[in-house]
Design a binder for this molecule. Structure first.
Ligand code: DC
Length: 213
């Protein structure tokens, strides 16, 4: 852009390896890592905590208007600040994943987070990952990558990640949840998961993180 800042956009379904790739690129290049999924997850956590009904437009508008979400990098770790408190650990549960996917179909939610995401790109060069980064948030991004992997491989990765975090999970259930979420994220009307025409597609199914990077 006019400030000499660059944008790398990484989109794809859950478990394709977006976060791993985005973190590595950000570290190597000295760019800011913007995990947009974490922002949808933070808002979803608040929806769950307050017990707000997604179909209740007035309550949702009130909730969004009274919520602050920010990403901070402290000593190499990503902090996800929801109303000033770090919720990075709490947002990585299957329950929050599903609520984030549902809430992200709403126009009021997307409009607010889009604004915050564009603000972040004013802080410096960024690597942003999500579902609509190359298509909607930053269509002008200098580099666009669409990361894919088979559903079975993505479920295996997500399963290992949840298990590693000490959560009790089931592989079949993880696969079912991933497929349900991808279907919803791809079929919604607003900013669905889609490969931008000018994105480079990488299938990470049989590559490790080093090879993809
Ligand atoms: O990448 P993730 O699994 O942390 O994202 C959680 C949910 O948030 C995902 O199911 C859909 C939604 N999301 C979105 O709609 N747009 C984005 N740019 C990022 C995430």
């Amino acid at each position: 852009d006019e400030g000499g800042r660059l944008i790398i956009a990484i989109d794809g379904p859950s478990g394709a390896g977006k976060s791993t790739l985005a973190k590595r690129l950000a570290k190597e290049l000295g760019f800011i890592y913007v995990d947009t999924g974490a922002m949808y997850r933070a808002l979803a956590l608040k929806v769950l905590r307050e017990g707000v009904d997604l179909a209740d437009d007035a309550s949702m508008a009130r909730l969004i208007g009274s919520t602050t979400i920010d990403l901070r990098h402290v000593d190499g770790a990503l902090q996800v600040l929801l109303d000033g408190a770090d919720v990075a650990a709490e947002i990585r549960t299957p329950q929050v994943s599903q609520m984030a996917s549902k809430a992200s179909a709403l126009g009021v939610v997307r409009a607010r987070l889009l604004e915050l995401q564009r603000d972040m790109a004013r802080r410096g060069s960024i690597v942003a990952e999500g579902r609509d980064i190359g298509t909607v948030v930053f269509p002008q991004a200098e580099v666009k990558i669409f990361l894919q992997a088979s559903a079975a491989e993505r479920a295996r990765r997500r399963f290992a990640e949840l298990q590693g975090a000490g959560q009790s999970v089931d592989l079949t259930e993880t696969l079912r949840e991933i497929e349900e979420r991808d279907k919803r994220d791809s079929e919604r009307d607003l900013a669905p998961l889609r490969q931008a025409d000018d994105a480079l597609m990488i299938d990470s199914s049989s590559f490790d993180a080093d090879q993809v990077t």
